[in-house]
Structures are given as C-alpha cells and as structure tokens.
Design a protein. Structure first.
Length: 246
C-alpha cells in the first residue's frame, strides 16, 4: 500500500496547489450536481471486489469570482463482482448452497458502500466556457459484501441477523479528491464535468464476529477506490445582481 499512500499524498498536494491559484471563473451561488461513474478498487480490495459503479450527488456553494467553492458530497457504491467467497463453508463440494427445503438456493454476492464528504474546491479557468475543477476534503466511507437471498428458498444460516456474520463490513475516516474538466455554456443552460475521483479510506472492521473466519473483524486496513465519473449540474440560486463571466 506504500505506492497508494504516495499517490494519495500527491493528489492532495495537487489539490492544494490548484486551490492557491488565482482565477476569474465565476459560478452561480448554489448548484446541485448528479453523477454516475465507474469505480475500481485498488490494493488489497482487488482481492475482494471487481469493478463497480457509483451514483452520487453534490451541493456546492460558490463564494465569488475567484472560483472558490465549498460543498457536500454523497455517493452510493454498488457492483456484482465479488471475488472473496465468504460463504464457502456453506457450499457443498460441487459449490451449491442448499435451503431448508433441500433445493439449491441461488445466493448472490454483491458489493455495496457509501461515502459522505465535505469539500473545498476551485475552478481554474481554461477558456470562457471551461475550467479545470479540483476539490478535496475529509470524508467517512463504508463498504461491505451484500448477501442477496433467493426469494424462493430459505437458507437458515443466512436468515435475518446472521448475514452480518459474513459481510466484511468496514468503514472509517477518508480523504476524497476529485479532478475534472468542467464545461459551462455561454447561456449557462448546459453545464457538466468529467473527471477522476479518488477515495482513500482508513478503514477498520466493524463486526464483532465473522462466522467464516471464526473471529472478530476489527482489523485496521487502508482501502482505496479510484473512479471516472460524469456530473450534470443544475443551478439552484443566483443573486439578482450577479454578473455572467463568460
């Protein structure tokens, strides 16, 4: 994970450098954004999850013509690629899991998670209608393995309450960094950005016991997700005396 520590420090340094640069790029005061993107786990999580997706939203307040803004970001992570088989002890030698009616249960493993962050950012002007957008800030994030039941067959070992004993729930404080190309048309009707995000989590296991491991799950690890996402932006508030700087 040393390489990822180095990467995270460099991205935070880049964000700090951009935030200290002057700009004349202006925005509406209050803007809401909706995003969708592809996400990839790195480091140790590559052995647990494959590629997934993230749906997120943001609310930003733009201060003045310098391009500075502050915001609240939230994201939901999901995916169907789970490499770590936490239910291996329940499977037969052929790989099946049987329900209480002796039929084969179709149990699926999924990736789930969420993130909430407060951010400080800046738009660095490129042209009259474009800018480089950088934002970063502290966050809290959680990820786990979701066990999806077979609606037709009940598996007693996976009844309500028992699933928590397999889900590898982890969470903790995090650092969120996002860098993007930002576009806003002259008439302000079209505005979006496309960029790369990084979520670096100082995570710990949050379960008192995992049945397949036969031990508590409080291990402290670092989790890293990197993704590409697009964001569509909608203005919510513009002062009556605001100038248009494009």
């Amino acid at each position: 994970m040393k390489n990822y520590d180095f990467l995270a420090r460099k991205l935070v340094f880049l964000a700090t450098l951009i935030l200290s640069t002057s700009s004349t790029y202006a925005q509406d005061k209050l803007v809401m954004g909706f995003s969708y993107g592809i996400q990839k786990p790195l480091g140790r999580l590559e052995n647990r999850f494959g590629n997934g997706f993230a749906a997120s939203s943001e609310l930003t307040w733009h201060f003045n013509k310098s391009g500075l803004f502050a915001g609240l970001d939230g994201a939901f992570f999901f995916g169907d690629q789970v490499k770590e088989d936490v239910l291996s002890q329940l499977r037969t030698s052929q790989g099946f899991i049987y329900g209480n009616d002796k039929s084969i249960a179709n149990i699926q493993l999924r990736m789930r998670g969420w993130m909430a962050a407060t951010t400080l950012g800046k738009d660095w002007t490129l042209t009259k209608v474009s800018a480089i957008r950088i934002k970063t800030g502290p966050a809290y994030a959680v990820h786990r393995i979701r066990i999806q039941d077979d609606p037709q067959t009940i598996v007693p070992q996976l009844a309500t309450g028992y699933k928590n004993g397999y889900d590898r729930l982890e969470g903790g404080p995090a650092v969120y960094v996002y860098g993007a190309y930002h576009y806003q048309s002259v008439d302000s009707r079209i505005r979006f950005n496309l960029g790369v995000e990084l979520l670096y989590i100082f995570s710990s296991g949050l379960r008192s016991y995992q049945f397949d491991l036969m031990q508590p799950y409080f291990n402290k690890e670092k989790s890293l997700f990197i993704g590409i996402k697009g964001t569509w932006l909608l203005p919510l508030y513009r002062p009556n005396n605001a100038e248009t700087w494009y």
